[in-house]
Design a protein around this ligand. Sequence first.
Ligand code: ADP
Ligand code: MG
Length: 588
Amino acid sequence: MGVIHVLDEETISHIAAGEVVERAASVVKELVENAIDADAGRITIDLAADKNGVTRIAVADDGVGLAADDAVLAFRQHATSKLQHPQDLDGIVTLGFRGEALASIAAVSKVTFTSKERGSASPEAVMLVIHGGTLVRNASAGAPEGTSIVIEDLFYNTPARRKFQKSAATELSHIYDIVERLALAHRRVSFVLLYQGKERFRTYGTGNYKDGIAAVFGSSFVNELCEVDGGSALARVRGFITRPGGEMRSSPTRFYLTINSRQVVSRPLQWAVREGYGTLLPKGMYPAAFLDITIDPCEVDVNVHPTKREVRLSREREVGSAVQDAVYTALHSQDVFTGTAAEPVSTPVQVPLVSEEKYMVREARTLPYVRPPPLQQRQTERQLNRTEDTLSGTEADISVPEVLGQAGDTYIIARNAEGDLLIIDQHAAHERVMYDKLLMDVEEKRAGQELLVPVTLTLTRSESLAMPELSPVLAAAGYVIEPFGRDVWAVRSVPVVSSTLGDPAVIHEIIAEAAGEAEKNPERVLDRVIKTAACRAVVKGNTRLTIAQMQRLLFQLAKTRSPYTCPHGRPTTIVLSKDKLASMFLRT
Ligand code: ADP
Ligand code: MG
């Protein structure tokens, strides 16, 4: 006994302050982190909920446990076994260190805490019952080594906070997300999650990253990944990322980064991963990334965020370049496709040497304009047909720029009647048109077309749990999706505009994006769904178009409500006005 002590004022003053228990999911996070810190090999999370929210959270572990005196101390504010002096904060390796979680949780709920110290001679475990922070019972009980903690009536004595709790479905989807992330970060620990008595999620603690990923995303997803093992002397970077050509998303929903086993959210490191992809990553898209970064703990400051989601790196730039390097190397290694059923990387096309004479002839024939291959032409035709009737203004009163050509197979070069030069991003432009079209369909309630054969798709647990809330919004956008089995959903109808939008990968992405948005801005979920759908059904960059097709696209664009930006706010058009050109050529 005697491992826990109350921190002195001086140390407390160095700890980043903030609320740790604002919702049921944060309770689960703190309790599971405590079990991990206690060297547990197995953690069981048992949840119950009714229609108003989560009613019971029980977390049991087989970790080191606590002796009776320590158990009582553990519930005091700022009581911890993980930290003594302010300078210890510099090399912290445990997930907890603030000594606040148990005290804060106990203050707003009814807790039953049972613990038996590992290797203790006594046959008895300690059992504490605490209501609203007051110890109401301190007894001994029979229990296995380890700790079990049961939280009931969360926020029973803080009605204001209880009122702010989200529905059980939202909260559960959060909890699943947290447990999935912790399980992915701590692969030597076996996690079992039960909800209403039924097992919903399990990992086996094999230590193998792929096993963990398969438990969360399904085993076929693992085939989309390639291995990363690299970095620098400062930071070792290991894990898995989406291999080139694998499914990408328009937000970092599948970023699982850990620094010294602590999962973190870090924009600079997300950026570093994307930089590592370079041109292998479509613009604005994110791969999946499961990366463990190992750094000397002295280089990491974990004490910046109350729930410890963010960390500060003293040499962030160097760590970033180690990540970028490791990703780049993995993507360019020989075995980027090994262990997958994918096509091997195609070897670069050999350009035959031609005589100068032949070359001249060919150049003459290809100038001034190279037409796209017929198949591609037809695909573009189809894409443009979808947005053909997006008419709002009458045709007479709009002026459409005249197409001059295409640059880089991505930008339309045009001029308008005023003599300005316009450069238009063909993807952004078509996205704007499609967005308006989808929005109009939603407004006029003709969004969905029924599928002859429903498409089934498998969602992650957390996505599945978010579905009851998302369904009505998805339906408004044209997606009628119904439960079909454990985490399996049947898509019965998709947006009228395009069958591309019935592609399961696309629907999955739309749901993932919507679930993320539901968290941040519930009122904007529909908009997010439409934006993601719009992005998927339109002409892409790096696609050669015919002059007629470009002209048609500009015509459609001119009729939209805000032709100058795409729905994501990026510009569709750069205007080099006549005056601007004059000044650039120093004519003024
Ligand atoms: P912190 O984790 O920041 O130290 P907590 O309030 O979460 O603060 O926990 C207080 C102390 O209680 C911990 O330092 C640890 O010694 C002990 N403790 C909490 N949960 C467990 C557990 N599951 N097993 C063993 N000890 C625990
Ligand atoms: Mg803790």
